[in-house]
Design a protein around this ligand. Structure first.
Ligand code: MEV
Length: 329
C-alpha cells in the first residue's frame, strides 16, 4: 500500500512601512514592521500524476496551471524555488489563502510569495534561511512592481522590525541591501485604516520616478528630508519616546503629499485620526489608496476614539496592532 504524502503548509505576515517609503527606492533608509496577526497561508499537496503544477487562490476562486514555457510570476517563483531546492518540477497543487488586502499597501504579494516558498520547502522537509527566501521573492516582486526597493520581501521574510537601506555596491551599478534590526523600547500601538481604494504599487512608484527624473534636485532634497526623519524615528523608537515619534510621522506624511502619492481618501483618514488624538498619522506603503497608520497612545480611550473616527471618515476596515518591544542582541 502506498502512503500519500500529507500536505505541507506555511504562512507569512503582512507588513507596514512605519516611515521612509518611496525615498527608500532612492537609497534612503526606511523602517518596516511585520504584522504578525494578518497573514497569507499556502498549502502544498501532491497532485494527480501528470497534472503538473496547479495554483489555486481559494479566496479569489481562481485556479490556473503553471505553464513551464511562459509562467505567471507566482508560477515562475514556484519553479525557481523547486530549482533552488534541487528538486524537479512535479505534480503539485499549491493553495493560497490570504487575509491581506491585495494592492492595499500591506505587502500582500510579497507575503503570498514568501508563504509559497516556505510551503514548498516544508514539502521536502526543509527550512530555508530568511535571506534565501527574501532573494527568491524579490525576483517575483520585480515582475509585479518594476523597481521595488526590496523592503517588503525583506521585512516579511525576516519577520521582525527592520531598518532597510539600499546602498551602491563598491565600483559597480549593483545595489546591496543594508538590513538591521530595530530596537523598540516601548510597545507601539498602531491603528490602521484601510481606504478601500486599491492601487497597484508600481503606479505611484512610477509617478515618483517621473517627477524625480524631471526635477532631480527637488526630489533628492525631499528624499534627504525623509532620510533624516527616519533616522530620528529610529532614535525615538530606541528611547521609547513616542512623543517625538508622532510629529516625525506627520512630517513624513507632509513630504509624501509633496511627492504626490497621497489621495483625498488617505488625507481624510489621516486628518480624522489626528483630530481624534493620534500623535502622528501617515499613509503607509505606496499610496494613492491602500492603508494609513496612526500612532495611538497607550490609553484605551484615545485608541477607541481613533478607531471610531476612522470608521466615520470612511475606512472600510480598521485594524489595531501592538508592535512589541524588541531589544538588539
Ligand atoms: C512599498 O511597500 C514601498 C515603496 O517604497 C516601494 C518600494 O520600496 O519598493 C513605495
Amino acid at each position: 500500500m502506498s502512503m500519500s504524502k500529507p500536505p505541507s503548509s506555511a504562512s507569512a505576515p503582512a507588513k507596514l512601512i512605519l516611515c521612509g517609503e518611496h525615498a527608500v527606492v532612492y537609497g534612503r533608509p526606511a523602517i518596516a514592521l511585520p504584522l504578525a496577526g494578518v497573514r497569507a497561508n499556502v498549502q502544498v499537496d501532491q497532485g494527480r500524476p501528470g497534472s503538473g503544477i496547479t495554483l489555486r487562490a481559494t479566496n479569489l476562486h481562481q485556479e490556473w496551471k503553471v505553464d513551464g514555457a511562459s509562467p505567471d510570476p507566482l508560477g515562475e517563483l514556484a519553479l525557481a524555488t523547486l530549482h533552488h531546492l534541487g528538486i524537479p518540477p512535479s505534480d503539485l497543487v499549491i493553495m493560497i489563502d490570504s487575509a491581506i488586502p491585495i494592492a492595499g499597501g500591506m505587502g500582500s504579494g510579497a507575503a503570498v510569495a514568501t508563504a509559497l516558498v516556505r510551503a514548498l520547502a516544508a514539502h521536502i522537509g526543509c527550512v530555508l534561511p530568511a535571506g534565501e527566501i527574501s532573494a527568491l521573492v524579490y525576483t517575483c516582486e520585480q515582475r509585479y512592481h518594476g523597481t521595488p526597493s526590496g523592503i517588503d520581501n525583506t521585512v516579511i521574510a525576516h519577520e521582525r522590525p527592520i531598518w532597510f537601506e539600499r546602498r551602491m555596491g563598491s565600483g559597480q551599478r549593483r545595489t546591496v541591501n543594508h538590513i538591521e534590526p530595530v530596537a523598540i523600547a516601548n510597545p507601539l500601538t498602531l491603528v490602521i485604516g484601510d481606504t478601500g481604494v486599491r492601487s497597484e504599487t508600481r503606479l505611484p512608484v512610477g509617478e515618483v520616478r517621473q517627477r524625480w527624473q524631471a526635477d532631480p534636485t527637488t526630489y533628492e532634497a525631499l528624499f534627504d528630508q525623509v532620510g533624516s526623519l527616519v533616522r530620528q524615528a529610529r532614535e525615538a523608537l530606541a528611547m521609547g519616546d513616542h512623543e517625538s515619534l508622532g510629529p516625525l510621522l506627520n512630517e513624513n506624511q507632509r513630504l509624501l503629499e509633496t511627492m504626490g502619492v497621497s489621495s483625498p481618501e488617505l488625507a481624510r483618514l489621516v486628518q480624522a485620526a489626528r483630530d481624534a488624538g493620534a500623535s502622528g498619522a501617515k499613509l503607509s506603503g505606496a499610496g494613492w489608496g491602500g492603508v494609513m497608520l496612526a500612532l495611538a497612545d497607550d490609553d484605551d480611550i484615545t485608541r477607541r476614539a481613533i478607531v471610531g473616527a476612522l470608521k466615520r471618515a470612511g475606512a472600510v476596515q480598521v485594524l489595531e496592532t501592538q508592535i512589541e518591544s524588541s531589544v538588539l542582541v
